[in-house]
Write a protein that binds this ligand. Structure first.
Ligand SMILES: [Zn+2]
Length: 339
């Protein structure tokens, strides 16, 4: 299979459209998240203008919901509202399915009583998953779990989370006592500009994202007909990558890796920058002080000197990569500028 991978600018969020093609046979379109709610229509417009008119009659349209945070699922819900009638199935990350009705009820009650910001945030995720579930029912969209053992083709695979890793993380981020102790909604640390320049890799290594919800994000691998591989990481992090490695992930010879979590320093390490060492890192980010973080960019430049880095914030347009230009129509777009 060959691919066009479109990273649409959706600020701090992911709005990625993957167009897969078996030449002269069949097309596949996967909507991987959709940014915040206001970006859903933009993604649909992109699809209607650049992709849909060129599709074969034999086509499969689907979505992938990496995790139920607003900057990923809210736009996706808008996409499904508009073109759910074209979709056959969806891969979705639904933590509610993995907990008891009693626990769900207790989380809801705690959120309504406003006991803790993290619990309210979690309950919002639950409501969004519910909304997506109802749309799937309305449009007859088949639901598949976003786990590495539930969806695997040679050309498109889920690398993370594994069932074990996911179950562990869900237990953690739905544990009311745990959520009352941690403070994910309020973590903010001052940016030290001089360290950022002088010791970028130290800044990258200093903190890792322990948010179990982010770590449960889907990591996707695409493989084209030449065996080139492309990794889409959503908001996953170092622990997710370690788990992938334990489950046999080979990080050698990667063409594209999406920098996780909009280029945050907390979701990558110097070790994983070096392990991935792709030809290109792609970022979906707004271009604020945290996303992408300057230290991350500098640390990549130090460790992977030939790697090109592209971010959607640069021109606020669409970043697009085509695995085989002979197979897809030419859009006559200019080339992107690396960071
Ligand atoms: Zn995100």
């Amino acid at each position: 299979m060959e691919f066009v991978i479109d990273f649409i600018y959706v600020g701090d969020g992911d709005g990625i459209v993957i167009w897969g093609r078996n030449p002269n046979e069949q097309d596949f379109v996967f909507f991987l998240d959709g940014g915040n709610a206001e970006f859903g229509t933009k993604v649909v417009e992109h699809y209607r203008k650049w992709i849909k008119p060129n599709l074969y009659n034999r086509r499969t349209i689907a979505f992938i919901n990496s995790h139920p945070h607003a900057d990923h699922i809210n736009g996706l819900i808008e996409i499904v509202k508009e073109i759910g009638n074209e979709m056959t199935w969806g891969i979705y990350n639904d933590p509610v399915k993995f907990i008891s009705d009693e626990l769900r009820h207790n989380i809801k009650q705690s959120a309504l009583r406003k006991e803790d910001a993290d619990i309210e945030h979690l309950y919002k995720s639950f409501q969004k998953v519910q909304e997506l579930n109802e749309l799937c029912e309305q449009y007859g969209i088949e639901r598949k779990e976003a786990l590495s053992d539930s969806f695997n083709y040679n050309e498109i695979r889920i690398l993370s989370p594994s069932r074990k890793f996911y179950t562990d993380k869900v237990q953690l981020f739905t544990n009311i006592d745990f959520l009352k102790v941690v403070n994910y909604q309020k973590t903010y640390s001052q940016i030290n500009e001089s360290n950022e320049l002088l010791k970028p890799c130290d800044v990258v290594n200093e903190k890792t994202d322990a948010s179990p919800e982010n770590l449960s994000s889907t990591v996707i691998e695409l493989k084209d007909s030449n065996g080139e591989r492309y990794i889409l990481t959503s908001d996953a992090g170092v622990e997710s990558f370690d788990d992938m490695e334990r489950n046999g992930f080979n990080s050698e010879n990667l063409t594209i890796v999406q920098l996780p979590h909009h280029g945050s320093r907390r979701n990558i390490s110097t070790e994983w920058i070096a392990k991935f060492s792709p030809s290109m890192f792609l970022i979906s980010a707004e271009g604020n002080e945290k996303h992408p973080r300057k230290a991350v960019i500098s640390c990549i430049k130090k460790n992977v000197p030939n790697c090109r880095i592209y971010s959607t914030h640069k021109n606020k347009g669409t970043l697009s990569y085509t695995t085989n230009r002979d197979v897809f129509p030419n859009r006559n777009w200019g080339s992107a500028e690396s960071l």
